[in-house]
Design a protein around this ligand. Structure first.
Ligand SMILES: O=C(CO)[C@H](O)[C@H](O)COP(=O)(O)O
Length: 235
């Protein structure tokens, strides 16, 4: 594999799976980095007889689990997870994360919250000192479709910045619809001092389902670097 970003994602995923996964129930995040984690999990199941049941955070994660022949579970059967492994769009020094670039933030946050340990895997482009340095698309906010304009206006009034309704692009006219049947606003923030306060404030707006700020949830992150090493952050 020659692409340095893909190599970095793979290295981070391998290390996280090797260091954190033991027999038990595993939460599987979404995105392109998680693909490498699922591949590694499947390899360990085959080579070592690892006994895992995987709980997906999205349609994509479910497909990955099935394609790799792993045991599929759900939160109703397994509300307590040993570890959740997931990617991120950006992480600051304290492992405050922006997530939801793939639109799966609500289930991802649920899986992170149900796990004894939440481990982040990402490539070097995602590691920042402060949020917003690398990720310029804003903070995803999942909203009930009928409330999107009301929420949009409330966010601007309360917190400033600007929101965009996420659109599907060329393959379908209209907005992105999440796995839960909702819309996504991408809120471009300005001057945030307290991320926890913002996370709570966004979720207090009626019509908001969840937002993509993950504050104080991750304790460990692995970032694949361009030189082939893996940088670890622990908080
Ligand atoms: O939050 C997510 C999806 O909702 C992903 O974890 C995030 O977008 C990172 O994706 P990738 O591993 O493709 O960089």
């Amino acid at each position: 594999m020659n692409d340095p970003v893909e190599t970095a994602k793979r290295l981070a995923a391998l290390k996280a799976v090797d260091n954190h996964v033991v027999d038990g129930i595993i939460g599987i995040g979404s995105g392109s980095t998680v693909v490498y984690a699922v591949e590694r999990l499947a390899q360990r199941v085959k080579d070592e007889g690892l006994e895992v049941i995987c709980v997906p955070s999205s349609f994509q994660a479910k497909q990955l689990i099935i394609q790799h022949g792993l045991k599929l579970g759900d939160l109703e059967m397994h509300p307590e997870l040993k570890v959740t492994i997931d990617g991120a769009d950006e992480s600051d020094q304290k492992l405050t994360l922006i997530k939801g670039g793939g639109g799966c933030l609500t289930q991802e946050k649920i899986l992170a919250s149900c796990a004894e340990e939440f481990v982040v895997i990402a490539d070097y482009r995602k590691a920042s000192q402060n949020l917003g340095e690398q990720w310029s698309k804003g903070i995803p906010v999942e909203v009930i479709p009928s409330a999107y304009r009301a929420v949009y206006q409330r966010i601007e009034k309360m917190l400033g910045g600007k929101s965009d309704l996420r659109m599907s692009g060329s393959s379908k006219a209209g907005p992105v619809v999440t796995d839960n049947g909702n819309f996504i606003l991408d809120w471009k923030f300005e001057d945030v001092k307290d991320w926890k306060e913002v996370e709570i404030c966004l979720n207090m707006i009626p019509g908001v389902v969840e937002n993509g700020l993950f504050v104080g949830m991750a304790r460990k992150a692995y970032f694949g670097m361009s030189d082939g090493s893996v940088m670890e952050r622990t908080v």
